[in-house]
Design a protein around this ligand. Sequence first.
Ligand code: CA
Ligand code: CA
Length: 239
Amino acid sequence: MDEAVFVIFLLPGFCVPSFSLSEYYLINDARTWYEAKNYCTSHYTAMAHIQNTEDVQRMMNIQASFRNYKAWIGLYGGVSEWNWVDGTAATFVFWDDGEPDNVDANEFCVAVDYNGYWNDRDCSETKPHVCHFGGAGFLASSLKRSWTESKTLCEQQGGTLAIIPDNAINVMVKNRFPGFGEAWIGLRRHPMNFWYWSESGVNYAFTNWQYGQPDNPNVTGSCAAALSYGSWTDEPCNA
Ligand SMILES: [Ca+2]
Ligand SMILES: [Ca+2]
């Protein structure tokens, strides 16, 4: 309904955090270790991976409330062999006193305590969890906003609306957010009738318009959204 001038088009948006954001995010929802692993993989880059004491400190700094929680991290295995979710063996470890103790021979997943130390626990326990976010990743804002408001929301979180410079990034976004429907990306139409990535001002060669798109007749108020299957459409920005 691109022609409906008075309809404000509300969608979630894909944000790219700036590099100044912490790489660790505490997710304060109760999930089993495996559920947490899937959640981190689909919404962030992966479960938290801790390689040194600086990482331990950054983990402790992610928010003041962390000390109230024990949270899953991306370490699993058992007894003498522990691996990170990316398949690498744990060379740096930060076990609490007496851990890992493999209670009831059933503790194969690792949680970090409020003091930063690690404990092997039963993987089926539900806990908050710490996800890791790499620089090339994306976040989905579930709040439905106009394109203009989504852009502001991303900026308030220290990032920008997603920039998709090539097909590899486009495929990554599609795979990371299966079934998202439609979400704003940082592409908008210039009054001179060309498309540009609002944050960078750059006009990449790569586009992935859905067949028949863009079709919004309002040249000065058209913004782009990505669809679940990876192609793009234009909708009114409602600036
Ligand atoms: Ca234990
Ligand atoms: Ca359209």
